[in-house]
Design a protein around this ligand. Sequence first.
Ligand SMILES: [Zn+2]
Length: 122
Amino acid sequence: MTDLELYERAKAAAERAYAPYSNFLVGAALLGRDGRVWEGVNVENASYSLGVCAERAAIARAVSEAGRRPGDFEAIAITASPCGGCRQWLVEFGLERVVYADNHGRIVTHTPDDLLPDTFVL
Ligand SMILES: [Zn+2]
């Protein structure tokens, strides 16, 4: 699967997002090393801070449904720039590539380390 195909999966998933407060629909598609893809969407809540971002939803699915762990993933595509908290997740789960639409609508690819240098490690 190409990065562009993965991005198209994320874009299609975004239509299922639950974002009644912001109307900002975000989708993510997470590519495992075995070729499996997990999709996620943002899920908002009236208590704003309890919302879940699309990329974290996708990673949580892969962990909960298939027991995946850091290093099991190749790439993730997201229809928006990942927030700071999600960048920490992307580093922890060892993604090789993060493909997303930047704030100008361009599809860009970065490594998690590029997106979050000098990462917190426990
Ligand atoms: Zn986020």
